[in-house]
Design a protein. Structure first.
Length: 506
């Protein structure tokens, strides 16, 4: 089996369809999609866009047969429509197998797919009307078309509205998981299907098959079966659309609710603020043979520079230092040497940043209440200022979580989501920020987010990502370009220059 066949799976087919995963309609054609796609991808030079046009051409032929309004031509139209639908699935699969960035093809496929449905429905309606002279078919066709279009473009509309809502309010709808209000088999089934983008009831794919395949074939025995299929298809697609709208409104309502209210001034005075300094990395990119937090700036270890900033901050009571186990004793020696008093304990780090942060959060449980504050900071950001830490703490007190950021100065290019190596989009730079630390949270919120992430085996790039994942607000507070992270050798050279600059300013 060649390389293309080795990489090909049924999941590839479903992803390539770019439609909600459906029931029997997709299951019925998957074996045919697989064989045809492999043949085209391996033995021909046919492009996905050519397949799309061929699929649309088959749809036009089926519409012609429907318009001829005889029972024999109805059956032929049904067969050609099903073939058209089959090749509509093949085009995206071939693009995936050939690793083609088929962005324009996707747009073409979406546009032609709905035009094919509309043209066939007009032809089928006219053909049925010529046979029966019933005007009710026109009303039913209009209702079906309207519901079909709304249902088909639901995902597009949902994503656009969600993006607009997030831009205006800073709250995510897409990442908000909403459970049904009452337990029970039906609600559990709905949760399972909707959250995975399955069709809870037959959707546009199955409804099209019902109206344009089974309806015309059954019309050979009873001409009124087409009307019955239109009514049934409208009911089913209306149920799906109504359910999706209901879930969408639940998500909006959920996103509008604040999970944590702002603390009163009196309660703010009683809040304890603890720091967590993450020094669990080994700094392989620096390549100096020691962890990057032990590299020196002006003869002093980087993590000591950082701890001194926490030592001098009037709001921070204690600090937990997260350090590789084999470097713990060395860290204690340096802390004693430079007279750092606020370090309560040094605990071993984990395999990842998230695991190290989780260990610190769990360690703090006997010491902190839910309303207390945890300031999480990278040990290799030694130039953090008292003002930045204070702004971060204030943001967490008011909103539950705060992330230090600076405006993006470079153009950010997003790689293709379906095909890597191609630009997917270039976001508006005015809305982008570079993330820094500290990231500061109320203890109850960050503890909940970490435990939930461990249950789901979810990995985020930082602690703020966990809060976003579970629908919490994270306030953006201003950082500073000087609050740099030392990751490479050039960063270390720049840090030495910055240190001398700050010393001269004093």
């Amino acid at each position: 089996m060649n390389e293309i066949q080795d990489k090909f799976t049924y999941e590839d087919v479903e992803n390539a369809l770019m439609k909600p995963k459906s029931w029997w309609a997709i299951i019925a054609i998957l074996p045919f999609v697989r064989r045809i796609s492999l043949f085209i991808a391996n033995r021909t030079k046919i492009t996905p866009n050519q397949i799309t046009l061929f699929s649309f051409g088959l749809g036009i032929i089926s519409a012609v047969f429907f318009f001829l309004h005889t029972k024999f031509f109805f059956i032929l139209g049904a067969v050609f429509f099903e073939l058209s639908y089959l090749f509509d699935c093949v085009d995206g699969t071939v693009a995936r197998l050939k690793r083609i960035g088929n962005i324009y093809g996707d747009v073409l496929d979406h546009v032609l797919d709905r035009w094919r449905m509309f043209i066939n429905l007009v032809a089928l309606t006219l053909g049925y009307y010529h046979l029966t002279r019933e005007t009710t078919i026109i009303t039913l066709a209009f209702i079906y078309t309207f519901l079909n279009m709304v249902n088909f473009y639901y995902s597009y509309t949902f994503n656009r509205v969600s993006a607009g809502w997030a831009k205006r309010t800073g709250k995510s709808i897409i990442n908000t998981k909403v459970k049904s209000p009452k337990p029970g088999f039906l609600n559990k089934y709905i949760d399972f299907m909707v959250e995975r983008h399955y069709a809870v009831f037959p959707g546009d794919i199955e409804s099209d098959a019902l109206v344009f395949f089974f309806g015309p074939i059954l019309a050979a025995f009873n001409i009124y079966s087409i009307k019955v299929c239109l009514i049934l298809g409208s009911i089913l697609i209306g149920l799906t659309g109504g359910l999706r709208l209901w879930r969408f409104m639940l998500k909006i309502a959920h996103a509008m609710k604040r999970k944590y209210r702002r603390l009163s001034i009196s309660r703010k005075r009683d809040v304890k603020v603890y720091g967590v300094v993450l020094a669990g990395g080994i700094g392989e990119r620096v390549g100096e043979g020691v962890p990057k937090q032990f590299l020196t700036i002006a003869g002093k270890p980087v993590f000591i520079h950082t701890l001194e900033k926490f030592e001098k901050h009037p709001l921070i009571k204690k600090v937990i230092l997260v350090m590789p186990k084999e470097w713990t004793e060395k860290a204690k020696e340096e802390i004693e040497k430079y007279g750092i008093k606020k370090v309560h304990d040094i605990i071993p780090g984990g395999r990842t940043r998230q695991e190290s942060s989780y260990k610190a959060i769990e360690y703090l449980e006997p010491m902190l209440r839910d309303e207390d504050i945890v300031v999480i900071h990278d040990a290799v950001r030694p130039f953090v200022t008292e003002e930045i830490i204070t702004r971060s703490i204030e943001g967490a007190l008011d909103y539950g979580g705060a992330d230090v950021v600076i405006p993006a100065t470079d153009t950010i290019v997003q790689d293709g989501t379906r095909f890597s190596g191609f630009i997917h989009r270039i976001p508006d730079r005015s809305t982008l920020r570079y993330g820094q630390t500290p990231q500061t949270f109320r203890y109850g919120i960050i503890k909940y987010a970490h435990r939930k992430a461990r249950e789901e085996d979810f990995q985020a790039t930082d602690d703020a990502g966990l809060l976003i994942r579970y629908g919490f607000d994270v306030k953006l507070v201003d950082g500073s370009p000087e609050n740099m992270k030392i990751t490479t050798k050039s960063d270390l050279v720049l840090a030495e220059c910055l240190y001398r600059y700050f010393q001269e300013k004093k």
